[in-house]
Design a protein around this ligand. Structure first.
Ligand SMILES: Cc1cc2nc3c(=O)[nH]c(=O)nc-3n(C[C@H](O)[C@H](O)[C@H](O)COP(=O)(O)O)c2cc1C
Length: 206
């Protein structure tokens, strides 16, 4: 089977890419708006692209023709927090993807706790085992097909300036993935646990 991507619709191509490049992470992004209302939503078109500086990219599409609250807030504060989604957080993260009006504090709405960050204005989520405070470094806009025509997808580049890691997932100077129990996304509404891990040693460490 060969598929020329130009022949696929937006949703079909989204599903193809989202499964071919998977498991994708689920970054539960918390932000704050100009009116002081906290916001959180899950994003899986997310990837680390540089280690030092630690740069993470996030693709934020449009809701119909409107910018999502996460993007509006990032443009306002020029920062955001990536809260890592583990087994206890996954259902709440998915719930936060519902289309709430901007005046709703989605962190509170899904039963989680927002706490002040140290180096950015966006709050972090207290229940997350790992939260990464990020400062906006750059934003690219790409013309994309959306449900009702075309629009600009923002690709935001954030530098991780502070990592919060709970002691319970820290072992031997590292995050222990067996303790973190991170969740991945392997297709549209399909997720995976990370129970079955194995190690393969290689000669070079770079
Ligand atoms: C698991 C999951 C991953 C998602 N990934 C993305 C993504 O990478 N980019 C995006 O624009 N929307 C993504 N969404 C949809 C947003 O979470 C959704 O549009 C949300 O309502 C945005 O909220 P906001 O307006 O508060 O920013 C994802 C939804 C789910 C459930």
């Amino acid at each position: 089977m060969k598929i020329e991507t130009a022949k696929l619709g937006r949703q079909e191509l989204h599903d193809l890419i989202g499964t071919a490049i998977s498991p994708l992470p689920i970054a539960f992004i918390s932000t704050v708006g100009p009116d002081g209302v906290n916001n959180a939503a899950p994003f899986s078109f997310v990837a680390p692209v540089c280690s030092k500086p630690a740069i993470i990219v996030v693709g934020i599409g449009l809701r119909k023709t409107e910018k999502k609250d996460t993007l509006k807030n990032i443009e306002f504060t020029r920062d955001f927090v990536i809260n890592i989604v583990d087994e206890p957080l996954i259902k709440k993260a998915i719930q936060a993807a519902n289309e709430y009006p901007p005046e709703v504090d989605e962190i509170k709405e899904v039963g989680l706790t927002a706490i002040k960050s140290d180096m950015v204005k966006s709050p972090r989520i207290a229940e997350a085992k790992v939260s990464l405070e990020c400062k906006l470094v750059q934003k690219l806009e790409i013309l994309e097909e959306i449900r009702e025509g075309q629009g600009l997808r923002a690709i935001v580049f954030g530098e991780v300036v502070l990592a919060h890691i709970k002691d319970e997932v820290w072992a031997d100077g590292k995050i222990d993935p067996a303790r973190l129990k991170i969740i991945g996304r392997v297709g549209q509404n399909i997720y995976c646990r990370t129970h079955d891990m194995f190690e393969l040693k290689r000669i070079s460490s770079i």
